[in-house]
Design a protein around this ligand. Structure first.
Ligand code: C2O
Length: 346
């Protein structure tokens, strides 16, 4: 077997649900450099804050950075348009596996899920930091595993901010409590808020502890060169990752295909995507912290799989899974928060 990777020189239009093509490819790169870990002072990690706790000063900074990113020309791989299209290209058939032109490359439904999105957010964050000339800038995380964070964070709900997206599910705006098992309008539950919080915490416990005792269970099934897409997602990818996407996006008939958050091609057009994935990324670190038995795969095919991104200098970079296993080596960590679900064994 061998690691899998996208052939970045051969991006083709992605396909959306009705089969129509959509151009999501970044500018064709001529040459890549290998990713180098940043120089990190372990005492000065960038601390990603919980989105529901950020202050005005932080919001002003992130708004400015995101507005600048949105103002970049669409042709710039660092523009918000192209940052969003990264998800579309990597998740809707924009790439095939290197050397295997008939085999689609896909970052969901396998052990590539966590590493790919970590690298994606890393560059998104570095680009924002560069735009405001603040290398300490860090993106917020949507703390949906904590009762205080089980709402759409208010920062995303300000129409006059660059964080706004008008086509989210209007039934799920604050103060609606999240349902981490939400699967569509037909699954709306009649629980009281207290019961819903308890259910959410139990879901977290199952996805992080009882159903996630082995790397394959939590991180997802192996995915190597030559394998068809979606060998199997890990616990967290399905729920709450997938359910929060659907809870935030707007179901048909309001939109054609659950845009924005509820569909791969459009999810990252909603700025809340990057906060949602901040928390997904955080759960990977927490999973490894809560038990000595929770470890990343040592499998070379995992470690040597790789992706391509444009970095903050618009330089195309090749980054390996083995580069992203430790957030502290990437220079960031998460604002600590208690984990009430640890005590929510069903
Ligand atoms: Cu690439 Cu939340 O999905």
């Amino acid at each position: 077997a061998a690691p899998t990777a996208p052939d970045a020189t051969q991006c083709v239009p992605s396909k959306i649900d009705d089969g129509s093509p959509l151009q999501c490819c970044p500018p064709k790169p001529s040459q890549f450099v290998d990713f180098k870990l940043p120089k990190v002072n372990p005492k000065q990690l960038r601390l990603r804050p919980a989105a529901h706790l950020v202050d005005d000063k932080y919001l002003a900074k992130y708004s400015k950075a995101l507005a600048l990113m949105k103002a970049l020309p669409d042709s710039d791989p660092r523009s918000f348009k192209q940052q969003a299209d990264v998800h579309c290209a990597y998740c809707n058939g924009g790439y095939h596996q290197v050397g295997l032109p008939n085999l689609e490359f896909q970052v969901h439904g396998s052990w590539l899920f966590f590493p790919f999105h970590r690298a994606y957010l890393y560059f998104y964050e570095r680009i924002l930091g560069k735009l405001i000339d603040d290398p300490t800038f860090s993106i917020p995380y949507w703390n949906w595993d904590h009762p205080d964070g089980m709402y759409m964070p208010s920062m995303f709900n300000n129409q006059n901010s660059p964080f706004f997206d008008a086509i989210r599910d209007q039934n799920h705006l604050p103060p609606t409590l999240m349902n981490l098992s939400y699967d569509g309008p037909d699954t709306v539950s009649n629980l009281t808020n207290e019961q819903q919080i308890a259910q959410n915490l139990t879901i977290m416990y199952k996805q992080m502890v009882s159903n996630a005792k082995k790397p394959t269970l939590f991180l997802g099934a192996s995915y190597r060169a030559g394998d068809p897409v979606n060998p199997g997602p890990g616990t967290l990818e399905t729920q709450p990752h997938g359910t929060v996407h659907n809870w935030t996006g707007n179901p048909p008939p309001n939109t054609p295909f659950w845009e924005d958050m509820g569909n791969f091609y459009s999810a990252a057009r909603d700025p809340i995507f990057y906060a949602h994935h901040g928390n997904v990324d955080r759960t990977w670190s927490i999973w490894k912290d809560i038990s000595r038995k929770h470890k990343d795969f040592k499998d070379k095919d995992f470690l040597n799989s790789y992706f391509y991104f444009y970095d903050e200098n618009a330089q195309p970079v090749k980054i390996f899974v083995k580069d992203v296993l430790d957030t502290k080596k990437l220079g960031y960590d998460y604002q600590p928060m208690d984990l009430p679900w640890l005590k929510s064994r069903p």
